[in-house]
Design a protein around this ligand. Sequence first.
Ligand code: SIN
Length: 327
Amino acid sequence: MQVLVVLCVLFLSAAIARADDPILIRFSHVTSEATPKGHGAELFKKLAEERLGGKVRVEVYPRSLKFNDDQALLALLFGDIELAAPSFSKFRSYSRQMQVFDLPFLFSDVDAVHRFQAGEAGRQLLDSMVPLGIKGLAYWDNGMRVMSANRPLRVPEDADGLRFRIEPSAVMQVQYRALGVATVPMPFGQVREGLKMGLVGGQENAWSNIYSKGFHDFQKYFTEARHSFLGYMLVTNAEFWSGLPPEVRGELEKIVREVTVEVNRIAGEKAQSDRQRVIESKKAEVITLSDTELEAWRAVLKPVWSAFEPQIGREIIEQAQRANLSP
Ligand code: SIN
């Protein structure tokens, strides 16, 4: 009997200690700390722990230390992490509509992307995966993608015969097929090695990812066609989020809004400064296209849209096009 009482007391005190434990939020991502997303994850941790003193503990796992980008969304669904910010291309298995962000030459600039995200379709996309267990909290920027290779790409024909690393994106697959380029989907964490070993001869990415990973150590030419935008959806496990105490959830949502402003500010800044750092390294040349050259890329790549319209929906594509017009 005495043993039973002691066991009950031990069990109860353990349960009480668990109730008092801070809520653990594990944020896994694939880029370095020196990128907009890396800064965003660290700032989220700082603000959440400062403002929710003792109620929340945030662990950040950058550089694919915990999960690769092809594993992060499953890990989120299985409850192995609570936050992730995969690039738009990584959502294809969960939402075909998210492919809108990858369509080449759809958005004219970052402001157009922001207008689309703030509009009806953009807001709906944040909740489009809730039935599957994934809740979108915010959109985060990185920057316009730049194509690279070891030969100068000035017109589409220059890319013919190359092999490019792509994100797991059906749009990118079709886009590069139109250019006569073979594609190898590869997790972000393996791209530097893939370029170094010559497994792939080209890739496309935003300047902060290129510079922080040193892709310019193995790529001589970077072509700025401004054909697509690399951005993220900050996502959480929908059940975890709705189960948070309302005051904690409310404060975290406020923090997410603040962090988003800062991430996007840093993204704008790094799109210039990391580009400049690559130029100053003198390891690579940045190719700026003439209007005629740009038109040639547009002519080859825009027809890719039609293959994806049935999956994305005409209305969403039209809303994206309307976002190109200044308000
Ligand atoms: C990222 O910025 O999260 C990775 C993008 C990529 O896979 O190239």
